[in-house]
Design a protein around this ligand. Structure first.
Ligand code: UD1
Length: 432
């Protein structure tokens, strides 16, 4: 078992390059299976979710390989399998996009209900409702979603809840349907726009992505081409928060500052300084931080995927902060870990009440999911003493070269096999 070991207290400084967006890339890679041609996808982060997805695509009969760093070549001309079993998809939530893509291409999909991070119930009712609106029949049997249509016909699809996954899935199927589909109350996340841009680049006709009404005129077929994935909003936000947490001065490069406005606004409220440039953001911060209230919401609201990292920084703010999770039912599991580092937090329903403490203290902790893992790293960077973080497979799902990037910024951090005896830990800690 591997662990990350951090000696807290170093102020991060310097520049960091942000990778391509994991959540965009997973959707775009699946979208590419609708194309009987070669697609070159650039700026793809080499994280485990992507590697798992490439494996799934190969199992379905497609080709997917990195031809150089972060450049993926796909050719799904010969892809023919419409069934993705539980064994194949269980590791990754984004495999639900296979439903829309296979349905679009073959008018049929049999996809096991997917895995991914556990934030409570993760329904797919809106995805299925969308497919039914397009004329498909859907049922769930033996853990598989069976979706089949004689023909897909464009239709009006109203999303009862704003859902990133359902919006993308309907967009995929509708891209190759007959006629016009209008998605109302669509999600507006940056990766929705990215997937629409990718599909348009390959011959689709999609308008309005980034607003809450998306219009998709179906086309006969899509063609190959080259496309570059947008920068990762969540990775950028994580580094901005890590910079603030350590009272650092960091230039976060290769970002779209507009995507980071909700994070910048909250950091400014806490007392940090933010400078925006064309494709970078500089964060400078000094404690004391002011306590603030944060509510997660669909884009352009504050992203739920930065809630654990933000709450972690607020554990040392002066006063009481309230963090309200409006997207997922159960996204506070990691708080138990922060409490072991000395944080003072009470959860009441969807709200976490955070009483600022002067400092956190290092401790062994678990990453309870992907973003909670990043939060533990931030906690370790700000804490007094040594923090050891376990369950790194979560962090590996979505952060490319996380430890190396932090090291370049001056963090005292290392990743190693957990093979040291307990009594050697103290000694090791001095050298991280
Ligand atoms: C995506 C992101 C995830 C992020 C989430 C919210 C990817 C691969 N994952 O997940 O990291 O936390 O957006 O920004 O991009 N819902 C329904 N019915 C459905 C679908 C969703 O009620 O059929 C509800 C969910 O329970 C949740 C809310 O809608 O409360 C948002 O979920 P959704 O936007 O669909 O999240 P994902 O696409 O799974």
């Amino acid at each position: 078992m591997e662990k990350i070991v951090i000696l807290g207290g170093a102020e991060l400084s310097g520049e960091v390059d942000i990778s391509g967006a994991k959540n965009s890339a997973v959707a775009i890679i699946v979208a590419a299976i609708m194309i009987k041609d070669v697609c070159i996808i650039e700026n793809v982060p080499a994280v485990s979710d992507i590697l798992v997805l490439m494996d799934i695509i190969r199992k379905l009969g497609g080709e997917a390989e990195f031809i150089k760093d972060n450049v993926l070549r796909m050719d799904c001309t010969k892809l023919c399998e419409v069934e993705a079993s539980y064994e194949t998809v269980r590791k990754i939530r984004a495999s639900s996009y296979l439903m829309g893509a296979l349905l679009g291409r073959f008018k049929e999909a049999r996809v096991a209900l997917p895995g991914g991070c556990d934030f409570g119930v993760r329904p797919i009712d809106l995805h299925l409702k969308g497919f039914r609106c397009l004329g498909a029949e859907t049922n769930i049997e033996y853990g598989l979603a069976n979706i089949k249509a004689e023909a897909l016909k464009g239709a009006a699809v109203y999303m009862d809840t704003v859902s990133v996954g359902a919006t993308i899935n309907v967009m995929l199927a509708a891209a190759l349907a007959d006629g016009l589909t209008v998605i109302e109350n669509a999600a507006r996340e940056p990766h929705i726009v990215d997937v629409a841009n990718f599909l348009n680049c390959m011959g689709a006709n999609i308008k309005g992505a980034g607003t809450d009404v998306i219009k998709i005129k179906g086309v006969e077929s899509l063609h190959g081409g080259t496309y570059s994935v947008i920068p990762d909003q969540i990775e950028a936000g994580t580094f901005m928060l890590a910079a603030a947490a350590t009272q650092g001065d960091v230039l976060v490069k290769n970002v779209i500052p507009k995507h980071l406005e909700s994070i910048s606004a909250k950091l400014i409220e806490m007392g940090a300084e933010i400078e925006e440039f064309d494709d970078s953001v500089r964060v400078k911060a000094r404690r004391p931080f002011k306590a603030i209230n944060v509510k997660t919401l669909p884009y352009p609201g504050f992203p739920t995927d930065l809630q654990p990292q933000m709450l972690t920084v607020l554990t040392v703010a002066e006063g009481t902060s309230i963090v309200t999770e409006n997207v997922w039912d159960n996204r506070f599991k990691y708080i138990a870990e922060l409490k072991r580092m000395g944080a003072n937090i009470n959860v009441e329903g969807r709200a976490a009440i955070v009483e600022g403490v002067p400092r956190l203290t290092g401790s062994p902790v678990q990453a309870t999911d992907l973003r909670a893992g990043a939060a533990m790293v931030i906690a370790g960077l700000m804490a007094n003493g040594v923090t050891e973080i376990y369950n790194l497979n979560y962090i590996d799902r979505g952060y490319e070269n996380f430890v190396e990037k932090l090291k370049m910024l001056g963090a005292q951090i290392t990743r190693r096999k957990n093979d040291k005896k307990l009594d050697e830990r103290e000694e090791t800690a001095e050298t991280v």
